[in-house]
Design a protein around this ligand. Sequence first.
Ligand code: SF4
Length: 376
Amino acid sequence: MGKSIETLSSKAKARKRVGIPKGLIYYHYPELFRIFFEELGAEVIFSKESNRTLLLEALQYASDEECFSCKIFLGHVNDLKKKKVDYLFLPKFHGSHKTEVNCPKFIGMPDVIRAVLEDLPQQLVPYHSRTKKKHRSLHLVWSAFTVGFKITKNPFKITRAIFRAVKAQKKYDEQIRWNEEKLHAWERDTNFQSGLEKVKIVLLGHAYVLHDPILSFDIPQRLTKMGVEVITSEELPSTIVEKQLKKLHSYLYFKEERSIVGAALYFLENETVDGILQLIPYPCGPTAISSEIIMRHAKRKEKIPLIQLMLDDNTGEAGLVTRLEAFVNTMKRKKLLQLQELYKHKNLVTKQIPKDDPIELVIVKSTSLDEEGAMK
Ligand code: SF4
């Protein structure tokens, strides 16, 4: 019995600890990375969720020129350094498509990290860019093997890990990306069955901003609390995004900006949301392009209001929330007027809850209200 416990604990000790920073590219391939290393037999250690302490620590190392997303990424790496992992996984992944690339900072970050953080664990830095002639699918497999051999010498285990990781990532992508059927059902749904009419917004932003509570200032959750229904650029079906992008005069080659611009153009054309909200980490070259394109198109379509919020470590939370609330309340008032017009002949009335603040908008049969307008 004692012996088997000893064997178990020595096996556990022998497991390599691989640290994955929860930022930037991680949010594109969370399952791919996790399953790959777990299948190899490694212990996967993630950095903690972003918080103010992590950000303040990151700012000690970050230069002023660094974008907000990269600054916080430094904090995540620093957190893993403290967790004493054996390896840091910092892929330089420039893109999986011949004509689409990730931001150049995805490639530069491992070098920046080495330059500003000392005593780092050994780094696993596979490099892949589909835009390079030699970097085809086989190159990606070869990169996976070079990383895999650091954890195990068993090639069959690595092959199995690749297959399982790709499968898990596909499943994750299917969960995140809506299909067209789901999108159109969401657009049509007025929630009238439940008697509750909500304002709908498309939230545009990079995956690593939308998923990070500090980078996004918790805006997705704040919108939900304000009673707003949100679809993100990450969720929009890629078929719809690609169709919209064909209407642009020039080719947009930044991968994330393609989803962002495609989503904005779709909703500006179809007018099935009440507003568009774009989150812009500062300073960001790729977003400078996408925000300009979106602004120009929104100016031609005045029906759908657009707000673009610049976010960095100096952004004041109170001011940001005030702007957000003002934007949401404007849309709610507009929607209230639209609905009052729409339902006035149908024995239906709109009701604001609370009474003077259109935080929730409820459509009810007039017969379900008492004389003073309260719900029976
Ligand atoms: S796209 Fe913008 S926010 Fe993202 S890493 Fe590049 S510069 Fe930073």
